[in-house]
Design a protein around this ligand. Structure first.
Ligand code: SF4
Length: 458
């Protein structure tokens, strides 16, 4: 057993791996047929995730699936939201959901705040209509500082039940923001914070990125201090990820736009520094990259994401329903081709084996910092002994916990718990994406450079 210390790998959010080339689904209805049966085997909690695939502006570093909002008419966006409602309705008919209680709803993207609040309201009422939301106390919405700074809209969102708003700050440095094509201005960040608080939404989460091109330690320190001064309840740290074949990677490699460049050493040093400043300022580490104020734990959305049934709606959304592990078509075009005929728009997926279902707990534990000994850990005794010897994990009476050193290598530790089959699949899927000039993150074409003139695929 060895840990690959050459590069701190990204944390894992999907297990087992879904690979477009080997897990292609031909008949979606047949694939989801196990949902016809009432599932009483595991917990009844359900998280519904809605992927709104629009952004006014495309930030250079972003690998999530999204399209530029202004390329779509209001009518097309309305129609797409109606398709999302069709998708919700189609799933609600399956017996599987009859004993599931929606505990949390999350709008992600893309930029959900870039579509009208009326459309968000429409989606929320469809969820109330088709699913049991009697125990849902959480509705989270991700947004952008350039479209969250209107008090009226925020008050409306609160009245529809939105309890948490997240938005990306990334950096307070205007020059870096401009080079990265982030459209919100620094003044929008302050205005947005102020308006969200005025609207009475008390759970605010912001993202800060480290290891950005042109960012030095001093600038990052400044970003963290400015961020703390805003007193958000949650601060998420994101290390920059540069994917092979992408337009962004090409710009970095060409060395024309930026003067200083991200590297693996900085990635570790900057994370450690940011973490120390946050802890010294009274923030608590609730997940490996999430820091919370006032002793808060991470939100129910994050907890459910790794442990409950997740139903993902919209292009590129992923679902995990007691072992049914799948992803929708990534592009709006493909998505609507299927859903307009009332066919579930599933592109690829697989059934997790009983071992893989159980292994998700160990694979995901580094994200959550802790692995409870209430889990059956007999199978992993040697792994934990090894991690303790390496100084990456410490043992307490009731759990195994990441050490400070372990927090640097969460993705690498997760991969130790992969089955041989999953290691092989993970590697070959990544390799194949690179060879086929796809984005390995979602195996779509987002951000991919397609011609010699270095223009983006759009
Ligand atoms: S980082 Fe956010 S706002 Fe920027 S392109 Fe990605 S999803 Fe859109």
């Amino acid at each position: 057993m060895t840990v690959n210390y050459s590069k701190s790998l990204t944390p894992l959010y999907v297990y087992p791996k879904i690979c477009k080339y080997t897990d292609k689904i031909d008949e979606a209805e047949k694939f989801v047929s196990p949902l016809n049966y009432l599932d009483t085997e595991i917990n009844e909690e359900l998280l519904i995730y809605i992927h709104i695939p629009f952004c006014k502006n495309l930030c250079l570093y972003c690998a999530y699936y999204k399209e530029q909002t202004n390329k779509y008419s209001e009518k097309e966006i309305n129609t797409l939201v109606n398709y999302f409602i069709d998708e919700l309705r189609l799933y609600s008919k399956y017996n599987f959901f009859s004993n599931k209680k929606v505990k949390a709803i999350q709008f992600g993207g893309g930029t959900p705040s870039d579509i009208s609040t009326e459309l968000i309201a429409k989606l929320i009422s469809a969820i109330h209509k088709y699913f049991d939301t009697s125990e849902c106390k959480f509705i989270g919405l991700e947004g952008n500082a350039s479209s969250l700074n209107e008090l009226d809209r925020l008050i409306k969102l609160k009245s529809y039940g939105v309890t948490k708003i997240s938005f990306g700050i990334q950096t307070f440095n205007e020059t870096i923001r401009k080079k990265l094509n982030i459209n919100a201005k620094v003044e929008d960040i302050y205005e947005t914070m102020d308006k969200i608080k005025k609207a009475g939404i008390h759970q605010i989460a912001v993202d800060i990125m480290y290891n950005l091109p042109d960012q030095n330690q001093e600038q990052l320190l400044n970003d963290i201090k400015n961020c703390i001064a805003l007193r958000p309840e949650y601060i998420d740290l994101y290390g920059l990820n540069i994917f092979p074949n992408t337009y962004f990677k090409n710009i970095i490699d060409e060395r024309k736009v930026f003067d200083e460049f991200p590297d693996d050493k900085k990635n570790i040093e900057y994370y450690q520094m940011a973490k120390k400043v946050l802890l010294d300022s009274g923030y608590n580490q609730s997940m490996v990259f999430t820091f919370t104020r006032n002793g808060l734990e991470s939100s129910i959305y994050e907890r459910l994401f790794f442990s409950a049934n997740v139903l993902g709606i919209g292009p590129s959304a992923r679902s995990y329903l007691n072992g049914l592990n799948f992803r929708n078509y990534s592009t709006i075009e493909d998505y609507r081709r299927y859903i307009s005929k009332l066919i579930l728009p599933i592109e690829c997926g697989n059934y997790a084996s009983e071992d893989e279902k159980a292994d998700r707990k160990t694979v995901f534990f580094p994200n959550l910092l802790k692995y409870s000994k209430q889990n059956d850990y007999e199978k992993w005794k040697e792994h934990f002994a090894f991690l303790i010897k390496e100084g990456l994990v410490k043992e307490s009476a009731d759990a195994f916990e990441l050490t400070d050193e372990g927090c640097i290598w969460p993705g690498n530790i997760s991969r130790l718990f992969f089955s041989n089959l999953q290691i092989e699949k993970h590697n070959s899927s990544f390799f194949e994406s690179v060879v086929r000039n796809d984005n390995p993150y979602n195996q779509d074409k987002m951000g991919i450079m397609i011609n010699k003139n270095n223009t983006k695929y759009e």
